[in-house]
Design a protein around this ligand. Structure first.
Ligand SMILES: Cc1ncc(COP(=O)(O)O)c(C=O)c1O
Length: 425
């Protein structure tokens, strides 16, 4: 492969013409491919199809004798609390299992803090203007929660070993209006990054000007390995406790991409003081969660080993799709000095960085050729990628052949737009 910067103007023009012809040929095919949605494919959902029938008509009692059909059990069945405790790295009494969406738990946790404050704080967060740190590229829906509720967002870089801790420590030490940080600590959305032990320790220990600073630890991909090994992630609850900041972290997780997205179960884990406070609010909001769904999950998965065995089946289905993306990028983009990309070992996304200023145009061109990509900028607060270079690729939903074809088109667009940029200066 020749690095674009080594090519003469004539060579660049020739290559541009070749790529334009390829691009026109793709356009003429009237493709309709969608690489935007971080959703499980229906083959993945089928893996849990027996969950629909795994509760018998008289299977109505949880481990502690609770009738799952009735009100109550605000923070979840004992067995689901234990399972999520193991998944998230918490004691069962620190866990609240509620609803079907961890995003909803995150949203509600933020809103409760805005309205009522949190333990150790000085009243509702919403009484003054506050800020959250947003390691980026990151998850657009985290940023949407902040934007929707008027929380200012500060971008910090997400490096290969976690967020830029030097920047974070400096910011939180000096600004009491910074109340929180969004973290996807394992197989992060969209880069696949897992935070190093050092990053976790620094987050736990750092001095914050706000006494009620919180880490929103969204461990959405905790059991979502693509390979036989798993990335090690230090326990944030324990790290915060030993640093004397036990109330700092709120952990979140769900089975959305384990069982069924939208019909799974969601949970959070935190210090006992935080959990008590959350339950005080939760008890106003609901008389109890859907315990039938919780028991159905327990009957199907049984325990953590059951979850892990199930996730290995997911990996078998989706790993070839991830590998197709990486193979396309390796063979068509590597060595040309026009892009860099991640090689995730878990999670749901591949992150592609184009040359600065090219991502929006690549997304536009791909769209015109029938390949939908997540909007450029979506992985940054306010939808603004300051370098206009990041594109999130979601390979799980389309069938493998479509992933391969979509990536051919994307690679063609990346190279074409990069050459056009070069020729225009
Ligand atoms: C990082 C992250 N957190 C949370 C969610 C949504 O989780 P849930 O379905 O539990 O609301 C997603 C979905 O893509 C995600 O990528």
């Amino acid at each position: 492969m020749t690095d674009l910067s080594q090519m003469s103007r004539d060579e660049l023009v020739r290559r541009r013409d070749e790529l334009s012809a390829q691009y026109d040929a793709y356009r003429a095919r009237g493709l309709k491919l969608d690489m935007t949605r971080g959703k499980p494919g229906s083959d993945q959902l089928d893996l849990a199809k027996d969950m629909a029938v795994c509760l018998g008509p008289s299977d109505i009692k949880s481990a502690d004798g609770t009738d799952i059909r009735n009100y109550g059990g605000l923070d979840g069945l004992p067995e689901t609390k234990s399972l999520f405790g193991e998944i998230l790295g918490a004691k069962p009494e620190q866990v609240i299992v509620s609803g079907n969406s961890s995003l909803q738990l995150m949203h509600d946790t933020v809103v409760r803090a805005l309205l009522h404050g949190v333990p150790g704080g000085e009243g509702p967060w919403g009484k003054e203007s506050i800020k959250f740190l947003c390691p980026s590229p990151g998850y657009d829906r985290h940023f949407a929660i902040c934007e929707h509720h008027g929380i200012d967002m500060i971008v910090v870089a997400l490096n290969d070993d976690g967020p830029d801790m030097d920047a974070i420590e400096r910011l939180v030490e000096n600004d009491a209006s910074i109340k929180g940080i969004w973290c996807v600590p394992k197989y992060s959305n969209p880069t696949g990054t897992t935070y190093s032990e050092a990053a976790v320790a620094r987050l736990a220990k750092m001095k914050t000007a706000a006494p009620d600073f919180r880490i929103f630890w969204d461990n959405a991909y905790v059991v979502h390995d693509l390979y036989d090994t798993t990335d090690a992630l230090a326990n944030i609850l324990e790290a915060c406790e030993s640093a004397g900041n036990a109330n700092r972290p709120y952990l979140f997780g769900s089975t959305s991409k384990v069982s069924w997205a939208g019909a799974g179960i969601a949970a959070m884990a935190t210090s006992l003081a935080n959990a008590k406070d959350l339950k005080r609010h939760l008890g106003i909001q609901t008389i109890g969660p859907d315990k039938v769904n919780q028991l159905r999950h327990m009957r199907f998965f049984k325990d953590l080993a059951g979850v892990k065995a199930h996730m290995a089946k997911h990996a078998t289905l989706i790993r070839p799709k991830f590998e197709a993306v990486i193979e396309a990028f390796d063979s068509k983009l590597s060595g040309k000095g026009i892009a860099s990309f991640t090689r995730p070992r878990g999670g749901y996304f591949v992150s592609l960085d184009t040359l600065d200023g090219c991502a929006s145009e690549v997304v536009k061109r791909a769209d015109a050729a029938g390949v939908k990509l997540t909007a450029a900028g979506a992985t940054f607060p306010y939808g603004r990628d300051p370098r206009d270079r990041n594109i999130r690729i979601a390979p799980t939903l389309p069938p493998l052949e479509q992933v391969k074809l979509a990536m051919e088109v994307v690679c063609c667009c990346v190279e074409l737009v990069s050459i056009e940029r070069r020729l225009s200066v």
